[in-house]
Write a protein that binds this ligand. Structure first.
Ligand code: THU
Length: 137
């Protein structure tokens, strides 16, 4: 687990901004892009994908995590979320839990089109997450 260098945050920001342009969000018209930095330094991006049955919508963060895992990543050092808004937006509760599965110590940065920027540890956003426990299985 390592803290991302500023150059890695910049690469994550670029990937998330690019991904947001591919969001499928005809219902909310709220595009989101996310980028995951895996433990071995690779970057995986995702966008939100909405559905006519609304409840099947998947957020950008979860799509980015799934993409990372499908490419073999098993740990997450950081997640950056981009929204084309005036103020930054933080990941929803479901996404926090999904990030915790692979990155309970991950850094989370939220950026937007305004000057604001937020940064957290995942444990700030989701204290005492439910994570797998060898003794419980
Ligand atoms: N959304 C995300 O993709 N990530 C977030 O952090 C917040 C919400 C999406 C879900 C839905 O497609 C749209 O934004 C409005 O909620």
């Amino acid at each position: 687990m390592s803290v991302p260098a500023e150059s890695q945050w910049q690469a994550l920001a670029q990937a998330a901004r690019t991904a947001s342009r591919l969001a499928h969000c005809p219902y909310s018209r709220f595009p989101v892009g996310a980028a995951v930095l895996s433990g071995d330094g690779a970057i995986f991006a995702g966008c939100n994908v909405e559905n006519a049955s609304y409840g099947l919508t998947v957020c950008a963060e979860r799509n980015a995590v799934s993409r990372a895992v499908a490419e073999g990543a098993r740990s997450i050092d950081a997640v950056l979320v981009y929204t084309p808004t005036a103020a930054p937006v933080t990941p929803c509760g479901a996404c926090r839990q999904v990030i915790a599965e692979f990155g309970n110590a991950a850094r989370i940065r939220c950026i937007c089109d305004g000057p604001g920027m937020l940064e957290f540890g995942l444990t700030d956003l989701l204290p005492s997450a439910f994570v797998r426990s060898e003794s419980a299985l």
